[in-house]
Design a protein around this ligand. Structure first.
Ligand SMILES: *Cc1c(COP(=O)(O)O)cnc(C)c1O
Length: 361
């Protein structure tokens, strides 16, 4: 049996390492990489991915939650771990206990946290309007950062670029970087260890400001957007496989699946595959999706069910129950599936549910 015999993901950790090293070649010599491994490394498994990258020399990781950070620490990750999101004030002693860096979301949050001298970095808002001190008031930012540098071990500040992956927003991104740069100059005297603003797209497309690049989606070999061209040698690390559990012929006029949304316009051969939306297979693939059998693209017909999908295998001669089907991989990427489902590759891989076990190559 390969995988779990039902619906499983295979992740090639050597590909992730290669992506990391190829991306690193794009940077300046004084810049290093923070591996963004939030959301279980975008569905790839935060612990195995981080361990592999630690071996490859990575010593800075970013996650979204305190639980994700603790999981890494407990698994033997020794580098810096930055929590990019909110940690409940009631849990802040765990940040201290596990030697984690907490993002300070705004002044109110910094004020509310207890004075236990945790490592922290201020988020700076340069235009996204999500979290951070407002960079439009640089004097106030400077004053706040300095004010709290006794309460926290502040070892950096960072901002987030929200359109670095989009050609038509060049001036917006340059403006964000300029605002951040301006604030960094003001607090140069603090000698903060980490000043960073670049995500995957930013590191490839903008003027390489800062000494740390927060690398997420490209680590996994996926595209930030269609405007971004990936460096040679970077490719997807994940494939998703499932199995055919039944093959049958149906007659012209018969329908397939809930709602009878597919009706055969000729006699066809239908296969049922044991993966559905409870596995994270997007329901928008209904009557639109594609799976791969022996390198051949085959359409999803009818609605995606909770645990199964049906596909039209009329053009495949040799097909029977037990055969493996590729849902992602063999040249069909999460970005391709995302395009069909009107979403992004990020969501496609994050959505693969925990019912689908991950196997490592
Ligand atoms: C998720 C995230 C990143 C990584 O973005 P990618 O587009 O996946 O490279 C970087 N910075 C912050 C603050 C994030 O939340």
């Amino acid at each position: 049996m390969i995988g779990n015999g039902r619906s499983w993901v295979e992740i090639d950790l050597n590909v992730i390492e290669k992506n990391y090293l190829e991306y690193k070649k794009q940077l300046k010599s004084n810049q290093f990489l923070c591996a963004v491994v939030k959301a279980d490394a975008y569905g790839h498994g935060a612990v195995p991915v981080s361990k592999k990258l630690q071996q490859a020399g990575c010593n800075f990781f970013a996650v979204a939650t305190v639980d994700e950070a603790i999981e890494l620490r407990k698994s033997g990750i020794t580098g810096e771990i930055l929590v990019l999101g909110y940690t409940p004030i009631e849990r802040i002693n765990e940040i201290l206990e596990y030697d984690i860096i907490q993002t300070l979301i705004d002044e109110e949050y910094a004020k509310a946290l207890p004075d236990i001298h945790i490592k922290a970095q201020f988020a700076i808002d340069t235009g996204m309007n999500r979290i951070g001190l407002n960079a439009d008031n640089p004097d106030e930012c400077e004053q706040i950062i300095k004010k709290y540098s006794n309460k926290f071990k502040i070892n950096g500040i960072y901002t987030h670029l929200c359109v670095a992956d989009t050609d038509s927003f060049d001036s917006f991104t340059n403006d964000q970087i300029k605002k951040f740069d301006n604030l960094c100059s003001k607090i140069k005297g603090m000698n903060l260890e980490y000043v960073h603003c670049l995500n995957s797209a930013g590191g490839l497309r903008y003027n390489k400001f800062g000494n740390l690049v927060r690398l997420g989606i490209v680590l996994y070999g996926l595209l930030p957007s269609n405007d971004v061209v990936l460096p040679d040698g970077i490719k997807p690390a994940l494939s998703w496989k499932s199995r055919i559990i039944m093959v049958k012929k149906i007659k012209k006029g018969e329908c397939v699946g809930y709602g009878c949304t597919y009706r055969a316009d000729k006699d066809i051969k239908v296969a049922t595959v044991c993966t559905g939306y409870a596995d994270g297979y997007n329901r928008k693939n209904s009557n639109k999706g594609t799976v791969i059998i022996n390198g051949c693209k085959v359409p999803v017909i009818g609605r995606v069910c909770m645990d199964q999908i049906m596909i039209d295998v009329s053009k495949i001669n040799e097909v029977s129950a037990g055969d493996t089907v590729t849902l992602l991989g063999d040249g069909f990427t999460a970005d391709d599936m995302a395009h069909i489902c009107d979403t992004i590759g990020y969501e496609t891989v994050c959505a693969i549910s925990k019912r689908v076990p991950r196997y490592y190559l």
